[in-house]
Design a protein around this ligand. Sequence first.
Ligand SMILES: [Zn+2]
Length: 376
Amino acid sequence: VNDELTCSTCDWTAAASPEIWRCPSCGSVIELAAEGELDVDALHGEGFARYSQWLGIESLASLGEARAPLVELASAPGARIKNEGLHPTGSFKDRGAAALITWLARQGVGRVVVDSSGNAGAAIAAYAARTGIECEVHVPARTSVTKVRQAEAYGARVVRHDGPRSASTDAAQRAAEHSGVVYASQLWHPAFVRGVETIAFELWEQCGDAPEVIVMPVGAGSLLLGVARGFQRLRQAGLTARTPRLVGVQSVTCTPIASRFASANGPEPGVQSIAEGIQVQAPPRADQVVAAIDASGGTCLVVADAEIAVKMRAAGWEGLLVEPTAAGALAGLDAARNRGLIAGDGRVVVIVTGSGIKTLGSLPAQAIDKERVHDI
Ligand SMILES: [Zn+2]
Protein backbone atom coordinates (compact mmCIF):
# COMPACT_ATOMS: atom_id res chain seq x y z
CA VAL A 1 0.00 0.00 0.00
CA ASN A 2 0.97 3.60 -0.57
CA ASP A 3 3.60 2.64 -3.09
CA GLU A 4 2.55 5.32 -5.54
CA LEU A 5 2.60 9.12 -5.50
CA THR A 6 0.38 11.40 -7.58
CA CYS A 7 0.37 15.15 -8.24
CA SER A 8 -2.53 17.20 -6.89
CA THR A 9 -2.52 19.35 -10.04
CA CYS A 10 -1.04 17.66 -13.13
CA ASP A 11 -1.06 14.03 -14.30
CA TRP A 12 2.38 13.14 -12.86
CA THR A 13 2.60 9.84 -10.99
CA ALA A 14 5.58 7.82 -9.77
CA ALA A 15 6.54 4.99 -7.50
CA ALA A 16 6.91 6.15 -3.92
CA SER A 17 10.31 7.66 -3.21
CA PRO A 18 11.34 9.35 0.04
CA GLU A 19 13.29 12.05 -1.84
CA ILE A 20 10.18 13.37 -3.62
CA TRP A 21 8.22 15.88 -1.56
CA ARG A 22 6.72 17.97 -4.38
CA CYS A 23 5.76 17.29 -7.97
CA PRO A 24 8.97 17.27 -10.06
CA SER A 25 6.92 18.20 -13.10
CA CYS A 26 4.88 21.22 -11.95
CA GLY A 27 5.98 21.92 -8.35
CA SER A 28 2.58 21.30 -6.77
CA VAL A 29 1.88 19.32 -3.62
CA ILE A 30 1.74 15.54 -4.06
CA GLU A 31 -0.58 12.88 -2.63
CA LEU A 32 -0.41 9.22 -1.64
CA ALA A 33 -2.36 7.27 -4.25
CA ALA A 34 -3.66 4.48 -2.00
CA GLU A 35 -5.92 5.27 0.94
CA GLY A 36 -6.40 2.10 2.96
CA GLU A 37 -9.74 0.61 3.86
CA LEU A 38 -12.03 1.92 6.62
CA ASP A 39 -12.91 -1.47 8.03
CA VAL A 40 -14.39 -1.05 11.51
CA ASP A 41 -13.29 -4.57 12.46
CA ALA A 42 -9.67 -3.50 11.94
CA LEU A 43 -9.90 -0.93 14.74
CA HIS A 44 -8.35 -2.59 17.72
CA GLY A 45 -5.39 -1.99 19.96
CA GLU A 46 -4.30 1.33 21.40
CA GLY A 47 -2.65 4.47 20.09
CA PHE A 48 -2.50 5.73 16.53
CA ALA A 49 -1.38 2.25 15.46
CA ARG A 50 -5.02 1.09 15.59
CA TYR A 51 -5.54 3.14 12.42
CA SER A 52 -2.64 1.59 10.48
CA GLN A 53 -4.94 -0.19 8.03
CA TRP A 54 -7.24 2.83 7.67
CA LEU A 55 -4.23 4.98 6.75
CA GLY A 56 -2.71 2.41 4.46
CA ILE A 57 0.54 2.69 6.43
CA GLU A 58 1.50 -0.61 8.03
CA SER A 59 2.87 -0.92 11.56
CA LEU A 60 2.53 2.73 12.54
CA ALA A 61 5.25 3.78 15.00
CA SER A 62 3.80 4.25 18.45
CA LEU A 63 4.75 5.99 21.67
CA GLY A 64 1.58 4.80 23.39
CA GLU A 65 -0.76 7.61 22.34
CA ALA A 66 -3.90 8.31 24.35
CA ARG A 67 -7.29 9.13 22.88
CA ALA A 68 -7.33 12.90 23.14
CA PRO A 69 -10.26 13.60 25.49
CA LEU A 70 -13.30 15.79 24.81
CA VAL A 71 -13.73 18.26 27.68
CA GLU A 72 -16.28 20.96 28.46
CA LEU A 73 -14.91 24.37 29.41
CA ALA A 74 -16.71 27.55 30.46
CA SER A 75 -14.22 29.40 28.27
CA ALA A 76 -15.49 27.38 25.28
CA PRO A 77 -19.22 27.91 25.85
CA GLY A 78 -21.52 25.47 24.12
CA ALA A 79 -18.63 23.41 22.78
CA ARG A 80 -16.29 20.67 23.84
CA ILE A 81 -12.58 20.96 23.35
CA LYS A 82 -10.53 18.08 21.98
CA ASN A 83 -7.36 18.22 24.02
CA GLU A 84 -4.56 17.26 21.65
CA GLY A 85 -2.04 18.53 24.19
CA LEU A 86 -2.04 15.11 25.85
CA HIS A 87 -0.15 13.30 23.09
CA PRO A 88 3.40 12.04 23.77
CA THR A 89 5.11 15.27 22.67
CA GLY A 90 2.23 17.54 23.64
CA SER A 91 0.58 18.41 20.33
CA PHE A 92 -1.59 17.06 17.49
CA LYS A 93 1.53 16.98 15.32
CA ASP A 94 2.26 13.55 16.78
CA ARG A 95 -0.48 12.20 14.48
CA GLY A 96 1.24 13.42 11.33
CA ALA A 97 4.73 12.67 12.62
CA ALA A 98 3.90 9.03 13.42
CA ALA A 99 2.52 8.48 9.91
CA LEU A 100 5.25 10.38 8.06
CA ILE A 101 8.17 8.86 9.97
CA THR A 102 6.73 5.35 9.62
CA TRP A 103 6.21 5.88 5.87
CA LEU A 104 9.82 7.09 5.48
CA ALA A 105 11.28 4.38 7.74
CA ARG A 106 9.61 1.68 5.68
CA GLN A 107 11.56 3.00 2.68
CA GLY A 108 14.85 2.74 4.50
CA VAL A 109 15.36 6.42 5.31
CA GLY A 110 18.01 6.94 7.96
CA ARG A 111 18.23 10.73 8.20
CA VAL A 112 15.59 13.49 7.97
CA VAL A 113 15.59 17.27 8.03
CA VAL A 114 12.49 19.32 8.92
CA ASP A 115 11.45 22.92 9.42
CA SER A 116 9.09 23.82 12.20
CA SER A 117 7.82 26.58 14.44
CA GLY A 118 8.36 24.12 17.27
CA ASN A 119 5.64 21.52 17.78
CA ALA A 120 6.17 19.59 14.54
CA GLY A 121 9.91 19.59 15.05
CA ALA A 122 9.50 18.06 18.50
CA ALA A 123 6.97 15.51 17.20
CA ILE A 124 9.08 14.42 14.23
CA ALA A 125 12.19 14.31 16.44
CA ALA A 126 10.42 12.02 18.91
CA TYR A 127 9.04 9.56 16.35
CA ALA A 128 12.34 9.64 14.47
CA ALA A 129 14.10 8.72 17.73
CA ARG A 130 11.57 5.93 18.26
CA THR A 131 12.28 4.61 14.77
CA GLY A 132 16.07 5.00 14.81
CA ILE A 133 16.16 7.89 12.31
CA GLU A 134 18.58 10.82 12.69
CA CYS A 135 16.78 14.18 12.76
CA GLU A 136 17.75 17.81 12.13
CA VAL A 137 15.22 20.57 12.89
CA HIS A 138 15.33 24.13 11.48
CA VAL A 139 13.38 26.65 13.57
CA PRO A 140 12.83 30.41 13.63
CA ALA A 141 15.12 32.05 16.20
CA ARG A 142 12.12 33.27 18.21
CA THR A 143 10.73 29.74 18.75
CA SER A 144 9.83 28.92 22.36
CA VAL A 145 12.99 27.70 24.07
CA THR A 146 11.02 24.79 25.57
CA LYS A 147 10.09 23.46 22.12
CA VAL A 148 13.70 23.77 20.94
CA ARG A 149 15.02 21.99 24.01
CA GLN A 150 12.33 19.34 23.60
CA ALA A 151 13.50 18.45 20.07
CA GLU A 152 17.10 18.39 21.37
CA ALA A 153 16.03 16.10 24.21
CA TYR A 154 14.84 13.57 21.62
CA GLY A 155 18.33 13.66 20.13
CA ALA A 156 17.66 16.02 17.23
CA ARG A 157 20.11 18.66 16.07
CA VAL A 158 18.33 22.04 16.13
CA VAL A 159 19.37 24.97 13.92
CA ARG A 160 17.92 28.44 14.61
CA HIS A 161 17.30 31.03 11.87
CA ASP A 162 16.67 34.77 12.03
CA GLY A 163 14.02 36.26 9.79
CA PRO A 164 10.61 34.96 8.81
CA ARG A 165 9.31 31.40 9.22
CA SER A 166 10.15 30.82 5.54
CA ALA A 167 13.89 31.17 6.28
CA SER A 168 13.72 27.89 8.23
CA THR A 169 11.86 26.24 5.36
CA ASP A 170 14.47 27.36 2.83
CA ALA A 171 17.31 26.11 5.05
CA ALA A 172 15.69 22.69 5.56
CA GLN A 173 15.13 22.28 1.81
CA ARG A 174 18.77 23.20 1.13
CA ALA A 175 19.97 20.69 3.75
CA ALA A 176 17.95 17.97 2.02
CA GLU A 177 19.89 18.52 -1.20
CA HIS A 178 22.70 16.46 0.35
CA SER A 179 22.53 12.79 -0.46
CA GLY A 180 21.03 10.53 2.15
CA VAL A 181 19.08 13.36 3.83
CA VAL A 182 15.30 13.44 3.30
CA TYR A 183 13.05 16.48 3.72
CA ALA A 184 10.33 15.22 6.07
CA SER A 185 8.08 18.20 5.56
CA GLN A 186 4.95 18.68 7.62
CA LEU A 187 4.06 21.45 5.16
CA TRP A 188 4.43 19.40 2.00
CA HIS A 189 4.42 15.68 2.68
CA PRO A 190 1.13 13.83 2.06
CA ALA A 191 1.91 11.16 4.68
CA PHE A 192 1.82 13.87 7.37
CA VAL A 193 -1.66 15.00 6.33
CA ARG A 194 -2.70 11.35 6.09
CA GLY A 195 -1.72 10.85 9.74
CA VAL A 196 -3.77 13.86 10.81
CA GLU A 197 -6.89 12.17 9.40
CA THR A 198 -6.82 10.10 12.60
CA ILE A 199 -8.24 13.06 14.51
CA ALA A 200 -11.43 12.78 12.43
CA PHE A 201 -11.56 9.02 12.99
CA GLU A 202 -11.10 9.49 16.73
CA LEU A 203 -13.81 12.18 16.93
CA TRP A 204 -16.13 9.83 15.07
CA GLU A 205 -15.33 7.07 17.59
CA GLN A 206 -15.84 9.38 20.57
CA CYS A 207 -18.99 11.16 19.34
CA GLY A 208 -20.57 8.19 17.59
CA ASP A 209 -20.89 10.47 14.56
CA ALA A 210 -19.33 13.62 13.12
CA PRO A 211 -19.67 16.90 15.08
CA GLU A 212 -21.71 19.65 13.40
CA VAL A 213 -18.99 22.30 13.64
CA ILE A 214 -15.25 22.02 14.23
CA VAL A 215 -13.23 25.14 15.11
CA MET A 216 -9.46 24.94 14.80
CA PRO A 217 -6.36 27.06 14.22
CA VAL A 218 -4.96 27.17 10.69
CA GLY A 219 -1.26 27.61 10.00
CA ALA A 220 -0.06 25.43 7.15
CA GLY A 221 -3.52 23.87 7.21
CA SER A 222 -2.47 20.23 7.65
CA LEU A 223 -4.81 19.98 10.64
CA LEU A 224 -7.84 21.32 8.78
CA LEU A 225 -7.05 19.30 5.69
CA GLY A 226 -6.56 16.11 7.68
CA VAL A 227 -9.88 16.67 9.48
CA ALA A 228 -11.68 17.35 6.19
CA ARG A 229 -10.20 14.31 4.45
CA GLY A 230 -10.85 12.04 7.44
CA PHE A 231 -14.53 12.92 7.54
CA GLN A 232 -14.79 12.70 3.76
CA ARG A 233 -13.46 9.15 3.93
CA LEU A 234 -15.87 8.31 6.77
CA ARG A 235 -18.73 9.52 4.58
CA GLN A 236 -17.49 7.54 1.59
CA ALA A 237 -17.31 4.43 3.78
CA GLY A 238 -20.91 4.99 4.89
CA LEU A 239 -19.87 5.52 8.53
CA THR A 240 -21.44 8.98 8.78
CA ALA A 241 -23.78 11.08 6.66
CA ARG A 242 -22.66 14.38 8.12
CA THR A 243 -20.18 16.96 6.82
CA PRO A 244 -18.89 19.03 9.75
CA ARG A 245 -18.68 22.76 9.06
CA LEU A 246 -15.01 23.69 9.37
CA VAL A 247 -14.15 27.05 10.93
CA GLY A 248 -10.48 27.95 10.63
CA VAL A 249 -8.86 30.55 12.87
CA GLN A 250 -5.76 32.58 12.03
CA SER A 251 -3.80 35.26 13.83
CA VAL A 252 -4.51 38.78 12.58
CA THR A 253 -0.75 38.99 11.89
CA CYS A 254 -0.73 36.19 9.31
CA THR A 255 -3.86 35.60 7.23
CA PRO A 256 -3.06 33.75 3.97
CA ILE A 257 -6.18 31.57 4.34
CA ALA A 258 -8.52 33.95 6.20
CA SER A 259 -7.90 36.74 3.68
CA ARG A 260 -9.52 34.52 1.04
CA PHE A 261 -12.78 34.70 2.96
CA ALA A 262 -14.87 37.84 3.15
CA SER A 263 -15.13 37.60 6.93
CA ALA A 264 -11.53 38.59 7.56
CA ASN A 265 -9.61 41.83 7.31
CA GLY A 266 -6.13 42.03 5.88
CA PRO A 267 -3.05 41.18 7.94
CA GLU A 268 -1.27 43.64 10.20
CA PRO A 269 2.26 43.34 8.79
CA GLY A 270 5.25 43.69 11.06
CA VAL A 271 3.43 42.52 14.17
CA GLN A 272 4.78 39.39 15.82
CA SER A 273 2.03 37.21 17.30
CA ILE A 274 2.37 34.93 20.33
CA ALA A 275 0.55 32.30 18.25
CA GLU A 276 3.77 30.97 16.76
CA GLY A 277 2.15 27.81 15.42
CA ILE A 278 0.13 29.67 12.81
CA GLN A 279 2.73 32.02 11.31
CA VAL A 280 2.93 30.34 7.90
CA GLN A 281 2.98 33.05 5.23
CA ALA A 282 2.62 30.82 2.16
CA PRO A 283 1.06 27.43 2.98
CA PRO A 284 1.83 25.01 0.08
CA ARG A 285 -1.64 23.50 0.46
CA ALA A 286 -3.50 26.83 0.72
CA ASP A 287 -5.77 26.13 -2.27
CA GLN A 288 -6.70 22.71 -0.87
CA VAL A 289 -7.42 24.21 2.57
CA VAL A 290 -9.64 26.94 1.14
CA ALA A 291 -11.49 24.38 -0.99
CA ALA A 292 -12.02 22.10 2.03
CA ILE A 293 -13.45 24.98 4.09
CA ASP A 294 -15.71 26.02 1.20
CA ALA A 295 -16.94 22.46 0.64
CA SER A 296 -17.87 22.19 4.32
CA GLY A 297 -19.85 25.45 4.35
CA GLY A 298 -17.40 26.93 6.85
CA THR A 299 -15.13 29.95 6.91
CA CYS A 300 -11.83 31.24 8.28
CA LEU A 301 -11.70 34.01 10.90
CA VAL A 302 -8.93 36.08 12.46
CA VAL A 303 -8.24 36.80 16.12
CA ALA A 304 -5.91 39.27 17.84
CA ASP A 305 -3.23 38.52 20.42
CA ALA A 306 -5.24 40.30 23.13
CA GLU A 307 -8.09 37.83 22.61
CA ILE A 308 -5.64 34.91 22.56
CA ALA A 309 -4.07 36.03 25.84
CA VAL A 310 -7.47 36.28 27.53
CA LYS A 311 -8.39 32.74 26.43
CA MET A 312 -5.05 31.35 27.63
CA ARG A 313 -5.74 32.83 31.04
CA ALA A 314 -9.38 31.76 31.10
CA ALA A 315 -8.55 28.15 30.21
CA GLY A 316 -5.87 28.12 32.89
CA TRP A 317 -8.37 29.27 35.49
CA GLU A 318 -10.35 26.16 34.62
CA GLY A 319 -7.32 23.92 35.09
CA LEU A 320 -6.30 23.57 31.46
CA LEU A 321 -3.04 24.87 29.98
CA VAL A 322 -3.41 25.59 26.26
CA GLU A 323 -0.80 26.92 23.85
CA PRO A 324 -1.44 30.38 22.35
CA THR A 325 -2.31 28.89 18.96
CA ALA A 326 -5.01 26.77 20.58
CA ALA A 327 -6.23 29.72 22.64
CA GLY A 328 -6.71 31.39 19.26
CA ALA A 329 -9.20 28.67 18.36
CA LEU A 330 -11.08 29.31 21.63
CA ALA A 331 -11.21 33.01 20.72
CA GLY A 332 -12.33 31.99 17.24
CA LEU A 333 -15.26 30.10 18.74
CA ASP A 334 -16.45 33.34 20.35
CA ALA A 335 -15.93 35.21 17.07
CA ALA A 336 -17.92 32.58 15.16
CA ARG A 337 -20.78 32.79 17.67
CA ASN A 338 -20.76 36.59 17.60
CA ARG A 339 -21.09 36.49 13.82
CA GLY A 340 -23.95 34.03 14.02
CA LEU A 341 -21.95 31.32 12.29
CA ILE A 342 -22.76 28.79 15.01
CA ALA A 343 -26.42 28.56 15.86
CA GLY A 344 -27.98 27.08 18.98
CA ASP A 345 -26.28 24.31 20.91
CA GLY A 346 -25.25 22.06 18.06
CA ARG A 347 -22.38 19.66 18.54
CA VAL A 348 -19.35 21.89 18.37
CA VAL A 349 -15.76 20.80 18.90
CA VAL A 350 -12.80 23.15 19.31
CA ILE A 351 -9.43 21.54 18.66
CA VAL A 352 -6.87 22.48 21.28
CA THR A 353 -3.79 21.75 19.23
CA GLY A 354 -1.12 21.70 21.90
CA SER A 355 -0.21 21.93 25.55
CA GLY A 356 0.49 25.29 27.13
CA ILE A 357 3.24 23.74 29.21
CA LYS A 358 5.66 24.38 26.34
CA THR A 359 4.67 28.03 25.95
CA LEU A 360 4.40 29.36 29.49
CA GLY A 361 6.77 32.12 28.42
CA SER A 362 3.94 33.49 26.24
CA LEU A 363 1.47 33.63 29.10
CA PRO A 364 0.73 37.33 29.61
CA ALA A 365 2.49 38.46 32.79
CA GLN A 366 -0.01 41.07 33.84
CA ALA A 367 -3.15 39.96 35.61
CA ILE A 368 -6.27 40.09 33.48
CA ASP A 369 -9.39 41.15 35.34
CA LYS A 370 -11.57 38.04 35.47
CA GLU A 371 -14.67 40.23 35.27
CA ARG A 372 -13.57 41.57 31.91
CA VAL A 373 -13.01 38.23 30.27
CA HIS A 374 -16.58 37.88 29.12
CA ASP A 375 -16.62 41.38 27.59
CA ILE A 376 -13.74 40.75 25.19
ZN1 LIG B 1 2.35 18.20 -11.03
